[in-house]
Write a protein that binds this ligand. Structure first.
Ligand SMILES: [Zn+2]
Ligand SMILES: [Zn+2]
Length: 355
């Protein structure tokens, strides 16, 4: 079988497939590092190194990545890539396929500006490759220091970078990929103890969409937690309530119990104020739990199926959330990220006529 996408595309695709299969980070990083080394090199230099057998003299290129590069340069499908495509490329789960096909984008993602593992551009390019029309970049807010939450100043700088990424995409739009895609400005803002949001209103106002999440004092007493969450979802700038219970069901960080709050009161406040309840697709979260997902459905909430990706391969986690939305019988039109970009933006800006 012939292969004409070139060595960088092969290395990036392998990294993506390993990452979505939740393989060890160091393996994924090896492929991304090799891709980064190869990217600026002229094709004839790479070809000469393949012939001379000197690829591994390049920083970040080892024996297995060199094998991939050599095959791609010869126009053959690299063996590692073929194997991964065969074993890993399909949907992550059986269910939710119609919902997944209906999604146009993703409202919750992180870059290496906070606790994500990849640069903004890599996240954007991967979102384009997944066929998204938009990706909302939602790095953390200042108080979440362990996640390098962005101060107002750093967020302002990030917005300039987002503009630059979009300008670059527009410039190459007639080249095909990237056409019609927009990287949107967002935040995952911490919900403070009193239900306020952990960023200046001036900065919140400059964003396209805001996810608000509880990351501290998750075991707050029930009545206080309910007041806190109701205030946050009623905040005029809040668009999405992130991972509402904070539970962890599996994985490297161990497990964590659900926060205790009056879910009906919180979801009724969401429904009234047009705030979407997030269906967080991360396998270790599965948040909200099914009984609460069904409650939010019955209360009449909007939803957002989010990857909460901290790395490019995790952008595909949406499959998990889609399976759960379908199982709960949630209609695609109640899921805000099935909406075209302009409708999403109008809703997020507070236009009640588009709900
Ligand atoms: Zn979060
Ligand atoms: Zn997040």
């Amino acid at each position: 079988m012939s292969y004409d996408a070139g060595p960088v595309a092969a290395l990036r695709r392998i990294a993506f497939l390993l990452e979505r299969a939740r393989e060890d980070t160091y393996k994924v990083k090896a492929y991304r590092a090799a891709a980064a080394t190869l990217l600026p090199l002229p094709a004839d230099e790479v070809a000469a190194r393949v012939d001379a057998g000197t690829l591994t003299e390049l920083p970040g290129v080892g024996a297995s990545t060199a094998k991939v590069v050599a095959a791609a340069v010869r126009g053959e499908v690299p063996e590692r890539l073929a194997r991964l495509e065969a074993e890993q490329a399909g949907p992550l789960v059986e269910g939710g396929r119609a919902h997944r096909a209906a999604l146009r984008g993703d409202c919750h993602s992180h870059s290496d500006w906070s606790d994500g593992g990849s640069p903004i551009e890599e996240m954007a390019f991967t979102a384009i490759e997944l066929g998204h029309d938009y990706l909302v970049l939602t790095d953390h807010s200042p108080r979440l220091k362990v996640a390098r939450g962005l101060s107002a100043e750093r967020l302002a700088r990030q917005l300039d970078v987002v503009d630059a990424v979009n300008a670059h995409l527009v410039a190459r739009a007639d080249a095909g990929p990237g056409e019609g895609f927009t990287l949107l400005k967002g935040i995952e803002v911490d919900i403070l103890d009193d239900g306020g949001l952990d960023q200046s209103d001036e900065m919140l106002a400059r964003l396209d969409l805001r996810v608000a999440s509880v990351h501290s004092k998750l075991q707050m007493e029930r009545a206080a937690m309910t007041r806190r969450m109701v205030a946050a979802v009623r905040h005029p700038r809040t668009n999405v309530l992130g991972h509402c219970t904070g539970r962890l069901v599996t994985g490297g960080r161990g497990t964590r119990a659900e926060s205790s709050f009056d879910a009906r009161a919180v979801f009724e406040a969401c429904a009234e104020s047009g705030t979407a309840v997030e269906i967080n697709s991360r396998p270790e979260r599965r948040d909200p739990p099914t009984r609460l997902l069904e409650l939010a459905r019955d209360v009449g909430c909007l939803f957002s199926i989010d990857s909460d990706a901290h790395a490019p391969g995790q952008l595909d986690f949406l499959d998990h959330g889609c399976e759960r939305a379908e199982a709960a019988g949630i209609e695609p039109d109640r899921i805000v990220n099935t909406w075209p970009r302009d409708r999403l933006l109008a809703w997020a800006a507070g236009d009640t006529s588009v709900r």
